[in-house]
Design a protein around this ligand. Structure first.
Ligand code: NAD
Length: 267
């Protein structure tokens, strides 16, 4: 049994992860954390997740749980890098789903991995989205610069960051293929007299509304034709299942920083 701690266990993804771990044959919930001021501290993580009680109370003391676990899954909006460093120092594998990580955060995770930690960090753990990333890379290589590229993402109205981490990954993927620069060449929305579209840009558009779990479209539009690659997530379970795959993957590999493309063999 792989013993797993879920950080942010009362969040939308946290509850889903707890339920998926409870339903798995090879994993066991070893700990669950929340913010110290959370109303869920002291309550059984299984009850919060809507499964049967699991005998694991949600705690605010992450460090105290590390001795009794093999891996940490963090989809919280808390101190992800600090938690990863604490977990890695105790030899635990770390799976990070939190988006809106800064460049400094990503550099710190790479450094942890270079120093012997096993880390998976991915902006999207769905198998389908990772296929979308792969197909976007392929289409960006195959379609000429006659094709304008725009990314449209849609999420629920409680999402705090924009564009989504997945949309950023898609734009980074295209920029890499074309030898463009994300910061310089991505146009976030358009308003007013912006002039005609240039050939050297990736349009980025974030839609927010209702309970949309996560839609991403990459549009390649030329004169007379267009190609649209679309993925739509309809349940958070898809992300949770991917995170569990990542935990299993880290149990088998040497130290390093990995993403879902590594896990699915799409590199
Ligand atoms: P949410 O707001 O429902 O949950 C976040 C939880 O983290 C909250 O319960 C909050 O109290 C908790 N938290 C904050 N600080 C904490 C701390 N210091 N210690 C412990 N817990 C803490 O948000 P959500 O919809 O579950 O999304 C969480 C994150 O996961 C976001 O960054 C989101 O973009 C990302 N996400 C990633 C994927 C993916 O596949 N990579 C999929 C869905 C969501």
């Amino acid at each position: 049994m792989i013993r797993v701690i879920v950080v942010g266990a009362a969040g939308r993804m946290g509850r889903c992860l707890v339920a998926n771990i409870a339903g798995s044959r090879d994993m066991k919930l070893a700990g669950a954390t929340e913010r110290p001021e959370s109303e869920f501290i002291g309550i059984d993580a299984g009850s919060v997740a809507g499964t049967q009680p699991l005998g694991v109370k949600i705690s605010a003391d992450f460090s105290a749980l590390l001795g009794q676990a093999d891996a940490v899954i963090d989809f919280s909006t808390g101190e992800v890098v600090r938690n990863a460093a604490l977990a890695a120092a105790k030899g635990l594998s770390v799976v990070i789903g939190t988006t809106a990580l800064t460049t400094d955060d990503k550099t710190a995770l790479k450094k942890l991995a270079d120093n012997g930690a096993k880390v998976v960090q991915a902006s999207n753990y769905s198998v389908g989205v990772n296929l979308l990333i792969y197909l976007t890379k392929l289409a960006s290589k195959m379609l000429s610069d006659d094709f304008d590229i725009e990314i449209i993402e849609a999420h629920h109205n409680r999402k705090k960051d924009a564009p989504s981490g997945t949309a950023v990954t898609l734009a980074e993927t295209i920029a890499k293929v074309k030898d463009w620069d994300y910061t310089r060449d991505v146009r976030h929305g358009r308003q007013g007299q912006v002039g005609a579209r240039t050939k050297h840009e990736i349009g980025m558009h974030a839609v927010r509304g209702g309970d949309i779990v996560g839609d991403h479209t990459v549009l390649f539009a030329a004169e007379g034709e267009r190609v649209e690659l679309t993925h739509k997530a309809s349940s958070r379970d898809t992300f949770a299942r991917g995170a569990l795959l990542a935990v299993r993957f880290l149990a088998e590999v040497k130290a390093g920083l990995y993403d879902m493309q590594d896990i699915l063999g799409l590199k």
